[in-house]
Structures are given as structure tokens and as C-alpha cells.
Design a protein around this ligand. Structure first.
Ligand SMILES: [Zn+2]
Length: 325
């Protein structure tokens, strides 16, 4: 027996959770409270017919139906299997790479050992990536990051701080219990993530006379900080700005300047990079990059490029604020 069974199981669980996230993404932002409810069977968005359970199987249902509804033959958006596949991959990634990876070990005799603390941390981080996926697509659709996601997310993030996580302990002082130091790292991460975003929002409203970022972004980055610590929160904001600037810049070139660009998806992507590759990014930013710059003096131009890029990022932020106002 090997842990492959559990890794495949994690991916399958991810696909099922992704199927539920499709429901959350569609129903949560609805204005009508009755349609906002997450219970009840799924219905075809075209003809309203109830969807049969075997057609609703994650990914497989869509593939077997070849992307068309059994009820009315209308096209089923590729988005649905995409969200399921993405969640499956993220669950697998948490299982394989993260500091809390599979909390199960198998000894030589085939006996199972479960590390309870790591199991809880593992579960909470599965929840974290699920919230990131849901928020990404809700923000993409509706340009909002709902409180119903970010507020419990912040609470769960702080709770996750008690368990071994990526934020690590806030100090090396061994006289204080380890769990307390990691919990503090979580709280500080929340404060820095929300605080810095709030600061940018405040500065934007001072300089440009309008909201540069939404309050949803503030809570969203607070949640990310609670899970990833203050370094992770700042890295997420930096990566989110860079990716948002590039994508937003390209989109603005293609579609004119009237575009509404949500910031949540870029923050979520930044958070995932910070979650899985934080150490690699730090090595690049603080070792590889400065070393390369010393050897190539002309790289100043690249630095200039980065500055222009950052300006673009600011531009993207302000666009978001404009539609919020
Ligand atoms: Zn239909």
C-alpha cells in the first residue's frame, strides 16, 4: 500500500469540492436571497430543468455530455469542468508540496499513522485554496469579493495559525509556546495584509480623489495574510500588482480604456505562488536578481521597466476604484 491512494483521493475530493464551488460562484452573488441559498438541486441555467446526478459528476459529466445539456442541448460553459479541474489540481498540490502535505505516513508493516495537528492544518489549507478559487471567479464575474467568503476566511486563517503552516513562528524565542508564536504570526499577517491594502486605498483616494481599491480587497488580503504571514501578504500584493499590471495593460491595449478589471484574481494567483513557491521567489528577488544586476550594469533599464510596470499597476488599481465609485 502506498500514499498514492490518498493523493488520488485528494484530487477526487478536489474535483467534488470544485463542483460545489461552481454552485457557490453562481449563487452567492445573486441579489434574490432565495436564489442565494446553497442548498437544493442544480438546475439548467438555460431551460430550468433539474440536472440529474450522473450528469453532474465533476469533469466526467461534462465530458460524457460533450459540453451540451441533456435537457435542452444548450452549450454547458467550459468554466464548470475548468473550476473542478483547477480545484482538483490545487488539492493535489497542497497534498504533495506544502508544509502540511499528506498528514498520513505508512510504516514498513503497512500501518497507518495520522498526525492530528498536521491533518487539521492540511484541511484548513484545502479550505484556503477553495476560497481563493471561489473568490477569483466571483470577482471575475461580478467585481466583488463577498464578505460571506472573506470574513470567515480571515477567522479560519487565524485559526489555522495554531497549526503548522507557511507563516512559521513570529519569533525564535523558545520560552513561548510554538503554537502561540505561529498564531501571532497569523494575526500580524492579517493586520499587515489588510493594513497595507487599506493604506493603498486611502492613498489612492487622497491622490486621485477616488477609491483605489475596494474594501473587499482589504479583507481578502487580510485573509491571505492570516494564512501566509506578513511576508506572504506583501509578496502576494507585489505579485498581484505585477501580474495585474501586465494582464490589465494588455487588456487595455486590446479593449480600450473602459475595461472593468477585477483585482481579486491576480491577488489569488499571487497568493498561490506565495503558498507553493515562496522560498524560490525570495531567492530570486533577493539573491539571484541583485547578483545578476551587479554583473550586468545595463540591467538598470530592466529596473526602469519594472518601475513603469508598477505605474501600470497603479493604473489598474485606479480603474477598479473608478467602477466602484
Ligand atoms: Zn437545459
Amino acid at each position: 500500500m502506498s500514499t498514492v491512494v490518498f493523493e488520488v483521493g485528494a484530487a477526487l475530493l478536489g474535483a467534488c469540492v470544485g463542483s460545489f464551488l461552481n454552485v457557490v460562484i453562481y449563487r452567492l452573488p445573486q441579489e434574490d436571497p432565495a436564489r442565494r441559498s446553497l442548498g437544493g438541486r442544480s438546475h439548467c441555467p438555460h431551460c430550468g430543468a433539474q440536472i440529474r446526478w450522473f450528469d453532474n459528476l465533476p469533469v466526467l459529466g461534462w465530458v460524457l455530455l460533450r459540453g451540451r445539456g441533456r435537457c435542452c442541448g444548450q452549450r454547458i460553459a467550459f468554466r464548470y469542468p475548468l473550476v473542478e479541474l483547477l480545484t482538483a489540481l490545487l488539492f493535489l498540490a497542497v497534498t504533495l508540496w506544502s508544509p502540511w502535505n499528506l498528514p498520513i505516513t505508512i510504516d514498513d508493516l503497512g500501518g497507518l499513522h495520522v498526525d492530528t495537528a498536521r491533518a487539521v492544518g492540511y484541511g484548513l489549507h484545502l479550505l484556503f485554496v477553495s476560497v481563493l478559487v471561489a473568490c477569483t471567479f466571483i470577482d471575475f464575474d461580478k467585481q466583488i469579493l463577498p464578505d460571506a467568503m472573506t470574513k470567515p476566511g480571515m477567522a479560519i486563517g487565524v485559526l489555522a495559525g495554531i497549526y503548522p503552516g507557511i507563516a512559521g513562528p513570529i519569533s525564535r524565542d523558545a520560552s513561548t509556546p510554538y503554537a502561540l508564536r505561529t498564531l501571532l504570526a497569523s494575526v500580524v499577517g492579517l493586520a499587515v495584509g489588510a493594513g497595507v491594502t487599506w493604506g493603498i486605498r486611502w492613498l489612492g483616494s487622497r491622490v486621485f480623489g477616488k477609491e483605489a481599491m475596494g474594501l473587499g480587497d482589504v479583507k481578502f488580503l487580510g485573509m491571505i495574510g492570516a494564512f501566509l504571514g506578513w511576508q506572504g501578504a506583501l509578496l502576494t500584493l507585489f505579485l498581484g500588482c505585477v501580474v495585474g499590471a501586465v494582464v490589465g495593460g494588455l487588456a487595455a491595449l486590446r479593449g480600450g480604456l473602459g475595461l472593468r478589471i477585477p483585482f481579486g484574481p491576480y491577488l489569488a494567483l499571487g497568493a498561490l505562488i506565495a503558498l507553493f513557491a515562496q522560498d524560490h521567489v525570495y531567492v530570486f528577488l533577493f539573491d539571484t536578481w541583485p547578483e545578476w544586476q551587479r554583473r550586468n550594469p545595463s540591467s538598470q533599464f530592466l529596473l526602469l521597466g519594472m518601475a513603469v510596470l508598477s505605474l501600470f499597476a497603479l493604473f489598474v488599481l485606479v480603474r477598479r476604484g473608478r467602477r466602484a465609485g
